[in-house]
Design a binder for this molecule. Structure first.
Ligand code: SF4
Length: 379
């Protein structure tokens, strides 16, 4: 079922590792909200080439940036516009990404009233040293309190992000980070290995010797620890970075991975309809200025057969369902299928891939390397 993603490009402070599109200046936020309201109207038919068949949307996802920075009145305007121009199914998943320092009890209350029913909280770590290394805007106390506050406000469907592989974080501390989430009873965990992206502060600091470098062996080891604890406590490892209890897998991400159409609103947001990808420029000022003129600054790409195959392999191989052999044969043809199996053979031989019941999947051993393996299977 189709869904909507909304990119809110503002943050309180810049995390050193982050390469997403955001600004720490809030100066143009009121104009941004106005521009977004306009884009909602302009894009209302994007998902509906046949305007007589407007199926209700199943997911709405506020990402960023830091959507929890928006004030209730700003969110209210956005929700009103969305409800005016789209319809949502009664059990639609409505997720909002939030940082611990924003989620005070009053804010949580208003998010519930606005019909947000899933929170994705960027905790990253419960240790001050890690939070400082990453330059997060919250502290350890806020990271601990936020889960209590969210649950007390009635949120059940909660996911929290953690980051592993930060220099100086011992395996023991990493276990404690995971256990803190497990003990809270939240039904979903996302965990990412700290990566040093180009043009980030972290990359510069490491290059200049001002920050400790990231150790791949530590990351691989801590990923293994995570997998073990998650499985021990009933979180299914359904995607490389995602672990969920039954009934709590992210509907929004599942729809991305299964090739459902989605509309992306806001600067840098991507949209997809079968065979076509479209993305707004990652420039908030241009986004605002062009919407003042009633235009969207977007680019569009018609995906080739090869790109569609590569995308399918990349997203499917990251999930526990893997690549469907029959689908590859039927949708992409024998040549693609044979090429894929040929490239997969060395990974099947070394135990990183498993081929069974018509599915090609990464094994537990191969999971940490899923992206690299997928790239090797590309056409
Ligand atoms: S809060 Fe999120 S989007 Fe903002 S700088 Fe930090 S990691 Fe990036």
């Amino acid at each position: 079922m189709p869904g909507i993603y909304i990119h809110i490009p503002f943050c309180r402070q810049a995390c050193h590792y982050c390469n997403f599109h955001f600004s720490v200046s809030q100066k143009r936020r009121p104009e941004f909200v106005k521009a977004l309201l306009k884009e909602i109207v302009i894009q209302k038919d994007f998902l509906y080439p046949d305007t007589n068949n407007r199926v209700p949307l199943d997911t709405l996802y506020f990402g960023g940036g830091t959507p929890s920075l928006l004030e209730t009145a700003e969110l209210e305007k956005i929700f009103n516009a969305l409800h005016k121009h789209f319809s949502f199914s009664p059990n639609a998943e409505i997720t909002l990404e939030a940082n611990p320092d924003d989620l005070i009890p009053e804010k949580l209350e208003s998010l519930r009233e606005l019909s947000v029913n899933r929170l994705s909280i960027g905790i990253q770590s419960f240790y001050e040293d890690d939070l400082r290394y990453m330059n997060r805007s919250h502290n350890s106390r806020q990271a601990i309190d936020v889960l209590n506050y969210a649950q007390a406000a009635g949120f059940v469907n909660i996911t929290a992000d953690l980051i592993y592989g930060t220099p100086g974080m011992s395996d023991k501390q990493w276990k404690q980070n995971i256990m803190q989430l497990v003990k809270s009873g939240i039904p979903h965990i996302s965990a990412y290995s700290l990566t040093v992206e180009k043009k980030t502060a972290l990359e510069v600091f490491i290059r200049k010797g001002k920050a400790a470098p990231v150790d791949d062996d530590q990351s691989a080891r801590q990923f293994e620890i995570l997998c073990k604890i998650a499985s021990q406590y009933g979180y299914e490892h359904y995607e490389v970075s995602n672990f969920g209890k039954k009934g709590y897998f992210s509907k929004h991400n599942l729809s991305y991975w299964s090739g459902e159409p989605y509309l992306g609103l806001g600067p840098s947001a991507h949209s997809f309809t079968p065979g076509v990808r479209q993305w707004n420029l990652a420039n908030t000022c241009k986004y605002i200025d062009s919407l003042k003129l009633g235009k969207i600054s977007a680019q569009k790409e018609v995906l080739t057969h090869e790109q569609q195959y590569n995308e399918y392999v990349m997203t499917s191989l990251r999930t526990m369902w893997g690549v469907d052999e029959n689908l590859v044969k039927l949708r992409f043809g024998d040549k693609y299928y044979k090429g894929m199996i040929r490239s997969a053979q060395k990974y099947i031989d070394n135990g990183k891939l498993v081929l069974s019941d018509g599915r090609l999947k990464v094994s537990q051993k191969g999971m940490f390397f899923a992206d690299g393996i997928a790239a090797d299977l590309f056409a």
